[in-house]
Design a binder for this molecule. Sequence first.
Ligand code: ATP
Ligand code: MG
Length: 570
Amino acid sequence: MESPKNNTAVNDGENTAPAHFIREMIRDDMRTGKWGYKVVTRFPPEPNGYLHIGHAKAICLSFGMAAEFGGVCHLRFDDTNPAKEEDEYIKSIKRDVRWLGFDWGEHLYFASDYFGKMHEYAVKLVEDGKAYVDDLTAEQIREYRGTLTEPGKESPFRNRPVDENLKLFAAMTRGEIAEGTCVLRAKIDMAHPNMNMRDPVMYRIMNVPHHRTGDTWKVYPMYDWAHGLEDSIEGITHSLCTLEFEDHRPLYNWFLEQLPDIHHSQQTEFARLNLNYTVMSKRKLLRLVQEKRVSGWDDPRMPTISGLRRRGYTPESIREFAERIGVAKRDSVVDIALLDFCLRDDLNKRCARVMAVLKPLKVVIENYPEDQVEELDAVNNPEDELMGTRKVPFSRVIYIEQDDFMENPPKKYYRLSPGKEVRLRYAYFITCTEVIKDSAGGIVELRCTYDPQTRGGAAPDGRSPKATIHWVSAQHAIGAEVRLYDSLFTKENPHDSPSGDFMENINPDSLKIIDGCKLEPSLRDAKAGDRYQFERLGYFCADDDSSPERLIFNRTVTLKDTWARMQKKI
Ligand code: ATP
Ligand code: MG
């Protein structure tokens, strides 16, 4: 065992990250050398769906603690249930963990690799009289289990001789006994106050091929039996899991105590992440996918990591969010606004500003020379000088946002209206002189004049319009489709419906597709995943389906909209 002196991983003092009970526990263990000055954690997803933001919390915690204390974190696929698992999920999970910024190195494991070892341990328990083959049906087992207030009843097969148990378990294993006929159970205590301790099932017969072990196995281990052994075999020190496993911890420990020669990991539970306006269970997310309420697991409205990535979230913002929500022992619901806050904060620093017009209104600047084009200087990111400047073409016909014009403006509307002057970002001041309408009275075009003295956005006489709006030169603009998202559910708690079914609270307007948007030409080469701030409109990310021939942008998140807030107040 190493001594504390020559261990450099003990991290005391310099760490500024907020304290939480798991960080404190590990710090203590590193001080006392409880685990030989080592930290080995694991993230154990079941490959039966895509990872969601709740998993991100668990990933940031287990990988984060290992990194902080100089340890390692294993990625282990908990593939003990052959019926539900698919390779597509394994691929997506690996990609998502990597994308979040974590690396399991050589420590990639599959619970199914331990089936042999687990089976040997089970035989040992049978030999020691601590497990038996039970012929009760699943329903009888449930009945015999008792309730929270009443003790259970012992199965008539509980006291089978060891030899008979060994023979039967071997026959189960060879596939000689039909599915559902019998199970292997631990012999603990049918009157135990903790129901999990009432002779839990360890193995059931399943005639289902496994994605990795094929037809080798006819019996498959149950979670409680398997999980502690997986941790033990891998030498996990701190097995961090969510609170629903708290009541299983006595069983986790009991199994490991029956096998005194093997490593005994420490299970510690923390509160799972819940977010408002969304659902966060793979089963429910799968339903959204299967019932085609979203386009897939990576639909940008999904709380999945792949959905968030496609929408334009950054791994840094998700990690920051995970750090800010902290780690607690009590369940709570976190406001999605906190995630968006972390996101804006990060995007603000990293995204170039560009101009894009989502709902174009044509503006002809009548006193601007017909064939003239000027290249105006635009700042890429006022937060970061190093991001430099770019040239934006300006010409006689431009597009502005339909919302930036009102024919009969209310008080405090400072944008363009007849006779009013506004500043075009990086360009000139323009004044609206005429409104052109179609036969139905819809506004189709504005006529304006510009003041050549105001190039770059300032007037020699010092006058300054109250509003600055964005624009795109019509002849240089490139077309794009833009997808605007709202939350997938209309209620903070999606289960709040008469039937309790979250599907009833799906937001019918969660996706708005706008075609015919006009972008400044610098966006021509945007590649899937590229992120920008469209000035005044929010942060946008080129969608996975975007191509140079057909640009598609997702709105990741809005900027704070001062006009909307003002309107709400009125
Ligand atoms: P779900 O309920 O969404 O299906 P799960 O717990 O069944 O999730 P697993 O693949 O078993 O999914 O989870 C892998 C790990 O992620 C577990 O250790 C689990 O505790 C953790 N985890 C799952 N959901 C959350 C959450 N909302 N917050 C924090 N950790 C979570
Ligand atoms: Mg699970």
